[in-house]
Design a protein around this ligand. Structure first.
Ligand SMILES: NC(=O)c1ccc[n+]([C@@H]2O[C@H](COP(=O)([O-])OP(=O)(O)OC[C@H]3O[C@@H](n4cnc5c(N)ncnc54)[C@H](O)[C@@H]3O)[C@@H](O)[C@H]2O)c1
Length: 315
């Protein structure tokens, strides 16, 4: 298949690229490198399936038009987005443009070329979880930050193209994802930052009281889920979650990674108003219609991430 992957030079995108290339598809990657890195794609240099890596923006309508006219994409995996909650609070315009307007431009091209759209949303659109059975796709959403608001708006547009035009589209909502190639600096994910600090003998800083929980999904499990959504007709017009199905408090995560309570510090939360107190995924729908299940436990995932960071990562 001819596949366009936006955000392919990012953390999750490079794993999605890896799987698609491994399955023998023809792949075009579009990324503006605002948060991605060319180095994330080094492994695939010279791969016969990697047709082109285009450094450019989903906001460039002319560029998109040229790409879609030239290559007749069967599927577009749309991962390109601004992903940082705090950045979205400080500068909502960038997040809204990339995550909502950019998605609209992608949809318009897909409509013209009848290209299937796999839209990468996020668990951050959900309201806090109150049940031990976890968050299903019917759980209420709450746009607690402009990041979540921009994703919900884009999700609605993606589903409207299914209803109004019969375009095959799907909204996927992976839970917090971690693993090798995630950035370990301030803009990275909590697992990567904690491991990096632990290895460097630094304190692990927790925002707020640390009782907030996360359902942490290993990145190769996430990529397998993302790819499978592109090849199933049953998911068209649907919203589908993916997570580990277990949540852990940030306090317990810090202890699991460091083992030394003295190294764990609590600092004032930077955006308490946009925090989601409990995130626990119910992936029954993904299991039912995609036969997808997570395979990597948190302990194994943390070990693999630590080994990658220890071996130098890309920092
Ligand atoms: N990391 C997570 O825990 C998580 C969980 C659920 C969903 N997601 C979603 O998965 C996707 C990938 O996230 P990630 O964690 O790999 O982040 P990332 O920042 O590493 O990847 C996003 C990529 O999109 C690119 N990008 C941003 N704006 C662009 C634009 N205008 N044009 C082209 N490319 C652009 C960035 O350069 C980056 O490479 C995002 O849509 C994110 O919302 C992430």
């Amino acid at each position: 298949m001819n596949i366009l992957l936006t955000g392919g030079a990012g953390f999750i995108g490079r794993w999605v690229a890896r799987q698609l290339l491994g399955e023998g598809h023809h792949l075009w990657i579009l990324d503006d490198l605002s948060n991605g890195r060319k180095e994330n794609l080094h492994e695939f240099e010279g791969h016969p399936g990697l047709e082109e890596f285009i450094v450019g923006s989903i906001l460039d309508e002319k560029l998109l038009e040229g790409l879609f006219n030239a290559h007749n994409f069967d599927i577009c995996y749309h991962l390109g987005a601004s992903i940082n909650v705090q950045d979205s609070i400080d500068d909502p315009s960038t997040t809204f443009n990339n995550d909502t307007v950019g998605t609209f431009y992608i949809l318009e091209q897909c409509r013209r070329h009848n290209t299937k759209v796999v839209f990468m949303s996020t668990c951050m659109v959900y309201d806090r979880c109150n049940e031990e059975t976890g968050i299903t796709e019917l759980h209420p959403t709450k746009p607690a930050s402009p990041y979540a608001g921009a994703k919900v708006a884009a999700e609605n547009m993606v589903l409207s193209y299914y209803y109004a035009y019969g375009l095959p589209t799907v909204v996927i909502r992976p839970f917090n994802t971690y693993g090798p190639f995630q950035k370990t600096g301030g803009e990275g994910g909590v697992v990567a930052i904690f491991i990096k600090n632990e290895l460097n003998g630094l304190d692990l800083n927790i925002y707020g009281d640390g009782t907030q929980t996360r359902d942490l999904l290993y990145v190769e499990d996430c990529a397998r889920f993302v790819v499978s959504a592109g090849f199933s007709d049953k998911v068209n017009g649907e919203i589908v979650n993916a997570g580990l199905g277990k949540d852990i408090s940030v306090n317990d995560l810090a202890l699991l990674i460091s083992g030394d309570p003295k190294r764990i510090k609590h600092v004032e939360h930077i955006h308490p108003q946009s925090e989601i107190q409990k995130l626990l995924c119910n992936s029954d729908k993904a299991s039912r219609i995609l036969s997808w299940k997570p395979e990597i436990s948190l302990e194994v995932g943390i070990r693999r991430t630590r080994e990658w960071i220890q071996s130098g990562g890309l920092a």
